[in-house]
Design a binder for this molecule. Structure first.
Ligand SMILES: [Zn+2]
Length: 72
């Protein structure tokens, strides 16, 4: 099942854009949400975000995307 992912336009305290799926209970303010698209999982969403924005500083949300959180 594809899920819609967004990321926070604002950087978190570690300098990352946090990536969430839209059902997360900890979404940023709607003004700070940037639409990414529909993906199977957070890895695909992060991969797409990095390729699209040519940045590496995307991180999965601790709550909704723990498998993609803080992996370095
Ligand atoms: Zn989240």
């Amino acid at each position: 099942m594809l899920k819609l992912y967004i990321f926070n336009k604002k950087l978190d305290e570690k300098g990352n854009h946090e990536v969430h799926h839209v059902n997360c209970a900890h979404l940023p303010d709607s003004l700070n949400q940037k639409w990414l698209g529909h993906f199977l999982n957070c890895e695909e969403a992060l991969d797409y975000a990095k390729r699209t924005y040519h940045r590496e500083n995307f991180d999965g949300c601790y709550w909704c995307s723990p498998l993609c959180h803080d992996r370095t």
